[in-house]
Design a protein around this ligand. Structure first.
Ligand code: M6R
Length: 622
């Protein structure tokens, strides 16, 4: 929801640029997490320098003068507002009454009002409407009670309820960056010259690929000669004078090498990350297939014994889950349902130890999905994470973890992580079908060949669809509302197409099962109303009657469908005719025209597809 960065250098100038510039660049890499305000704090020779403002980094760069400030120790923040509207005052960092403590935070402090009241009674004066500011004053208060700056920070962290990844500088212990985490992601990056702290790996990839994922209830600090991590135990949440209890963590075995290159996290000549990530899909799919092909043994055995397989996810990850559940039913004859993560609590009574739950999440940090996993674990279900982020909370909290190999995805709209999720779930279904002998050999061999060919097929479809999507965007860009209809596996593909269009071009887009469209949605259809049909192959004749129903009401119709069905394709106003792909694998390929259409429509309407309004890449609030 917000992005945080901390940089600690062995000595000034080691990054060959002022510290302020390095913080600005790292924050640019994190801007997809929130971009309504930005700020930083640097411990300089002249004390603690704080600059902050409402607005995106590029818009306030001259106002904040990042490049003019140097030092060895600094923190920065890019905000997605939760408490208090975007404003200069509500931007982070937040300070205490003395101006010595600066705090940045990603998450939500649930008990901040209670703490704020207590601190106000003790004479503290608050400047912002944020929940974060209480942390700075809490640290100040504990220092007044005789705690060292680090002990005060630790105690403050131990009083917080809710989600947080936070970092603080304190002039009374200059040269340290304090940090703490509960639920919101926080990663440490290590090099010989510098140490980093960030909400996500791409922020510091240019400098470091050796990382430690900070875990829940951990606190610590970066200093010139050490990284200290402790685990808070027996959190009482009481404002008392006892020091926080914490145990030192030996993190040596947790240092990981990340094989993402800095180039992967840059735009590489594309105008936007989203377009670059759409084009990276063939490679991402290939990497995912290669890495999963040899890692699925345990997963297949586990799933083959399940009474039922539930698949949970949010947003785009839910659409991939939906495809996964249909494939498990269809190919492996396994009872499977997809459930939206935030709805799991109303479904959980029926879950038991015979169930296996697959949790799908690009970030591995979506709180709705994490909560769903915690709920089903309580009921005895085995859990399996499918995520793009190594050691993410979801991977750690699930019994088994599998990884998509999409590389860093910066655009807020998920594209390559979606295709890799779909392909991973399709591969699982095919392997299960092979293990359980639920489909004939000939079908298995067709699917295996096509799976191997998928990166090439996707590549041709992207190239062929791009000019058409660009041309079509000038028509779609003038519409106010649009339907996306499909049957079977075409339905989740349509749902994803609609989500892409609405989230970045702000055109109302709604997906419906094609057969269901005559039970209500058709009432809105009149002359020129746009309706897109996703046709993957098997359902082509069934869906045609729905096309005719829409055309009879004057709808402007678009189809994403395989080549070779001229008797049907000639009836649409516009058609993306794509290479034929086995019906079961087509969702991984047939989404590409919709991604490109959404991208070019957003551009034609003058919107930045990488930073859609009101959205954040990782959603850590319920
Ligand atoms: O990180 P996750 O996959 O768990 O994120 C889930 C959704 O927030 C995400 O897919 C969202 O819908 C995307 N912005 C869609 O493009």
């Amino acid at each position: 929801m917000c992005g945080i960065i901390g940089i600690l250098l062995q000595k000034k100038g080691l990054l060959s640029k002022p510290l302020g510039t390095a913080i600005k660049e790292c924050l640019k890499n994190l801007e997809y997490r929130g971009y309504d305000s930005v700020g930083f704090a640097i411990l300089s020779d002249n004390g603690l320098i704080i600059r902050k403002s409402k607005g995106k980094i590029d818009d306030v760069v001259s106002k904040l003068s990042f490049d003019e400030f140097d030092g060895v120790c600094g923190i920065g923040h890019t905000r997605w507002a939760t408490h208090g509207r975007p404003s200069d005052t509500n931007a982070h960092p937040h300070t205490d009454c003395t101006g010595k403590v600066a705090v940045i935070h990603n998450g939500i402090i649930e008990n901040y009002l209670e703490i704020k009241d207590l601190l106000i009674r003790r004479g503290h004066v608050f400047k912002s409407e944020t929940d974060t500011e209480v942390i700075a004053h809490l640290i100040e208060e504990y220092k007044k009670l005789g705690f060292s700056p680090y002990d005060a920070f630790k105690k403050a962290a131990s009083l917080l309820k809710g989600s947080y990844a936070l970092s603080a500088l304190d002039l009374d212990d200059a040269g340290k960056i304090f940090f703490a985490r509960n639920t919101s992601p926080l990663i440490i990056g290590l090099t010989d010259k510098a140490k980093f702290l960030s909400s996500d790996i791409p922020a510091f990839l240019e400098y470091s690929r050796n990382i430690i994922v900070v875990q829940d209830d951990e606190v610590g600090y970066l200093s010139n000669d050490s990284v200290v991590i402790e685990k808070l135990v027996d959190k009482s949440y009481e404002f008392d004078k006892n020091p926080a209890t914490a145990e030192v963590v030996n993190y040596a075995s947790r240092i990981r090498y990340i094989d993402w290159s800095p180039e992967m996290a840059r735009k590489g000549g594309y105008p936007h990350y989203m377009l670059k990530e759409i084009h990276e899909q063939p490679q991402a799919v290939s990497n995912t297939l290669i890495s999963l092909m040899n890692e699925l043994g345990d997963v297949i055995k586990l799933l083959s014994k399940a009474e039922r397989v539930l698949i949970v996810g949010s947003g785009t990850s839910y659409h991939a889950s939906f495809i996964g559940s249909l494939l498990l039913n269809e190919l492996a004859n396994i009872k499977s349902h997809a459930i939206i993560s935030s709805e799991m609590r109303w479904f959980v009574n029926g879950v038991n130890s015979e169930d296996v739950v697959i949790a799908v999440s690009q970030s591995g940090e979506t709180i709705d999905t994490l909560l769903a996993v915690r709920e089903v674990k309580k009921r005895g279900a085995l859990t399996l994470a499918l995520t793009n982020i190594i050691d993410s909370a979801l991977a750690r909290e699930s019994h088994l973890a599998m990884y998509t190999r999409a590389g860093p995805e910066i655009g807020v709209a998920a594209t390559k992580t979606y295709t890799t999720q779909v392909v991973s779930l399709a591969l699982i279904a095919v392997k299960l079908a092979e293990y359980l002998r639920t489909v004939p050999e000939s079908k298995l061999s067709e699917l295996s060949t096509e799976l191997r060919e998928l990166p090439n097929t996707l590549s041709s479809v992207i190239s062929a669809s791009e000019p058409k999507a660009r041309a079509l965007s000038s028509i779609v860009g003038t519409k106010h509302s649009m339907y996306f209809l499909g049957r079977g596996l075409g339905l989740p593909t349509s749902m994803e197409g609609a989500l892409k269009l609405k989230e970045i071009s702000y055109i109302h887009a709604e997906s419906y099962p094609a057969g269901e469209s005559k039970h209500g949605p058709i009432a809105l259809v009149d002359d020129g109303f746009p309706v897109a049909f996703t046709i993957l192959g098997d359902e082509v004749d069934m869906i045609f009657s729905n096309v005719e129903e829409m055309r009879a009401r004057g709808a402007w119709t678009l189809a994403v469908m395989p080549k070779g069905f001229e008797r049907i394709s000639k009836h649409f106003n516009y058609v993306f005719e794509l290479n034929r792909v086995a019906y079961e694998l087509a969702p991984a390929v047939y989404i590409a025209p919709y991604q490109l259409l959404a991208y070019y429509t957003a551009i034609s309407r003058g919107f930045d597809p990488d930073k859609p309004r009101n959205l954040a890449k990782t959603v850590t609030v319920v």
